[in-house]
Design a protein around this ligand. Sequence first.
Ligand SMILES: [Zn+2]
Length: 366
Amino acid sequence: MNFRKIVIALGLCASVAGLAGHAQAQHAYPVVQGKNYKFQKIADGVYYALPEYNGTAFPFGSNPFFGANLVVVVNKDDVLIVDTGTTPAAARAFVADIKLLTDKPVRYVVNTHWHYDHTDGNSIFGPEVQIIAHAYVRQAIEKFDILHNEPFRSSTRNAPQAMIERFKKQVAAEKDPRRRAALEKKLADTEAATRAFVQDIRDIKPTPPNVTYTDKLVLNRGGREVDLLFLGRGHTGGDTVVFLPRERIVCTGDLMESRIAFMGSAFFDEWLTTLDALKRLDFAVDLPGHGAPFTDKKLITSFQSYLTDVLAQVAKLRAQGVPADEAAKRVDLTAHAGDFPDIEGVGAEPRGIRRIYAWMDERKKR
Ligand SMILES: [Zn+2]
């Protein structure tokens, strides 16, 4: 245990510049800086882990190489983690950094859903570790041929290079020489991380959970209660919400992020009602699969109105015979940018819009 590394950030509830008054005003949590993960201490024994690269934060928030933001729950005798990242290398780096928090062994892994950036680190864990998820996750990993389909395919083939190109433009536009030098260092780290990633993805062996449930599973580990809840379909067909009732903490994977979630595997009408069920849980802080912790349930309502809006706009374009990829260019969701600053202009991620078209076809057949 090395609590000397904890830096107590000043101020308990510093609003992020430009976001004051919005649901995303962020708390400053104490930080434990690992080699590849930055841990925010949310409560005693509960940490939110943000992937970095050799101590460098990524230019656009989330790290496409290591994957989702993860959660560590330190129990009396063991450790539970929520999600495992994109590659075995990322998961090994995560487990190594957890040693800064505790000497106890990881015995429980929860996969919030089947997407590669939450499950492809599973293979590093031995049979002594229970990998727990909704039954749908096991079926998905066994049947979907994850490494040749979305979201893995585009996210791993195109996204890293696209991020570098975008970052290079940002560096070129920086006039201040000192800030530019700092950005150049960050760019070099990001490029190194890309090269490492190309190697690391070769080691991925999609590994399904070895324990599954369908509605609810409760773990009691020495005074800590951890509830795994299936509140309904949404981001995927089997999203788990991890709920710590005593600490009033919820981990929502990509069912609810603090940014706009990938929609390519979604069940849209159910997503809206599942988010209603999420709002009924008694929690004080939400630790999402991507983005940052948030405390205001209004953000969930904001995301519901985003989903409602995108569905309505897409339905209209589809009725006019507009193809999905063209609709993805035309939908205008900038009205939601106040709550979700990652919306930078007109248009939406095409895989999500294609999925809305497919889902509307599926619904017609029912
Ligand atoms: Zn996801």
